[in-house]
Design a protein around this ligand. Structure first.
Ligand code: DGL
Length: 270
């Protein structure tokens, strides 16, 4: 048993989408979340910048005595997972790409046409493509970056014609040209526009890594005897810029009566 919190981080508010599935599966667990809202988006930045930022945040979480680090960001998972695992050999560091790639390999075969959407950095890294093909070499895969989605979502432009137009701009010909039937939401911000995508392309089978990672975390905690019990730690949410949208999103995603949240601001040396 281990009542220390699990540390989550993302470039902004997207990684929050990993937390409700986790707490639904493991209500005894507590979390510390860091959203780098001052420096979002990461997905169009150079890999070296993404590595620097992610190491700073992981250090911050480790200083707060987390029992596990969850990289609730596909971009950071694609770029920095090995470095983070090497830096903290005593703490499990979990990336979000493997659980989703395993789900694709488990549920799809060569009759499917799988599309992956994500940030530029994630798609250009080929992290999803390489891992899925390693697990299941016959799967037909295509991937496309959708760089406008994260800034719009961070601005709270979601249930909106502008978001729908942006989705169609990137995805209409992608889906039609490749006859996509299964779509991986390869960025933790994208579950927040899942309803838009469902409405525009109702025939798609959607794979959501933010949901898939919960079972992976549960397995790791169980194997290492790190599950929590009766913890009195308060779920805590940090942001490098405490934007109104970050606070609104926590209120929107969480049932505020069930999960106590504490908002804190943190200034980083860049
Ligand atoms: N939520 C991050 C991801 O999963 C968004 C990256 C960004 O800031 O561009 O990739």
């Amino acid at each position: 048993m281990d009542n220390r919190p699990i540390g989550f981080f993302d470039s902004g508010l997207g990684g929050l989408t990993c937390i409700p599935p986790l707490l639904a599966a493991m209500p005894e667990e507590r979390v510390i979340y860091f959203g780098d809202t001052a420096r979002t988006p990461y997905g169009s930045k150079a890999p070296s910048t993404i590595k620097t930022f992610s190491l700073q945040i992981a250090d911050f979480l480790v200083q707060r005595n987390v029992k596990m680090i969850v990289i609730a960001c596909n971009t950071v998972s694609a770029i920095s997972l090995p470095e983070l695992q090497q830096r903290y050999p005593d703490i499990p560091v979990v990336g979000i790409i493997r659980p989703a790639a395993e789900k694709v390999a488990r549920t799809c075969d060569k009759s499917n046409s799988v599309g992956i959407i994500g940030t530029k950095a994630t798609i250009q890294s080929n992290a999803y493509q390489d891992l899925i093909l390693q697990l299941s070499p016959d799967i037909r895969l295509n991937a496309i970056p959708c760089p406008a989605f994260v800034p719009l979502i961070e601005e709270g432009i979601i249930e909106n014609e502008i978001m729908d137009l942006s989705i169609k701009y990137y995805m209409d010909s992608f889906i039609e040209d490749h006859k996509i039937d299964t779509l991986v939401l390869g960025c933790t911000h994208y579950p927040l526009i899942r309803d838009n995508i469902n409405r525009i392309y109702p025939f798609l089978n959607i794979i959501d890594p933010s949901r898939e990672i919960a079972a992976h975390i549960q397995r790791q905690l169980t194997e290492r005897d790190l599950l929590a019990k009766n913890s009195d730690f308060e779920n805590t949410f940090y942001a490098s810029d405490l934007s109104e949208n970050f606070v609104n999103m926590i209120n929107r995603i969480f049932e505020i009566n069930r999960f106590k949240v504490e908002f804190k601001n943190l200034d980083f040396d860049v």
